[in-house]
Design a protein around this ligand. Sequence first.
Ligand code: F6R
Length: 255
Amino acid sequence: MRILICDDPREAGEAGAARIGAALQARDEPVLGVATGSSPLPVYRALAEGVGLAGVDVRAVRAFALDEYVGIDPAHPERYAHVVRREVTDRLGLDPSRVHVPDGTAADPDAEAARYEAAIRDAGGVDAQILGLGANGHIGFNEPGSALDSRTRVVTLAPQTRAANARFFAGPELVPTTAITQGIGTILRARRIVLMARGSAKAEAVRAVVEGEVSTAWPGSALQRHPDVTLVLDDEAASLLARAVRRRALESSRA
Ligand code: F6R
């Protein structure tokens, strides 16, 4: 696990974009895995400015979102299909027909989850996956207790997650209670993973991901089993890491 500490959001975005872009460059039809939420936004801004994308045919990129709310009003601006369109597809100039989000309005969400898992596999898997991290350690919407080999499926959102996402809705009770998410096992099949985390609210989860036991109690800890993971943190998110780990991270961030 490689750790970078970049306090400036712009630098963090550029560091993330450089690592994501490098994994896309070698492929004819690269597959990008996208997260929603606030953490990855600096990466999308940097990619939109071309950071890391030299030699990448952006129109050939295929993209798969991590997750989507189930039962959200199809017109709601926080429906991830709309968020991904705004923040990723339009900004980066991707071909919308190549950008995929689980259909949270599907009549049979379980069947939709299975279809989505198969679509990622049929695309050859994800080359570069961008992740955020929940304060409770979730990746995608794999809440604590999720099996480490889980696949795309319908999940119930933890109260903490609904509370954290209430900022995007007119009231906390309006945050959907269920979602379709790629599983932890699905995420771990990506060839490269870049996780973005900022702020003290993420510090405990970051410590569990980096220094804890691999455990369903902290889903992000499963990333320790992946050979190519980079965490891009700010000082606050890194604040609970062992001093030696932080020192090494700061050194490699400056390198
Ligand atoms: C988003 C997702 C979530 C978020 C996480 C952090 O698609 O799957 O895991 O990445 O909740 O959200 P932010 O970045 O808003 O703190």
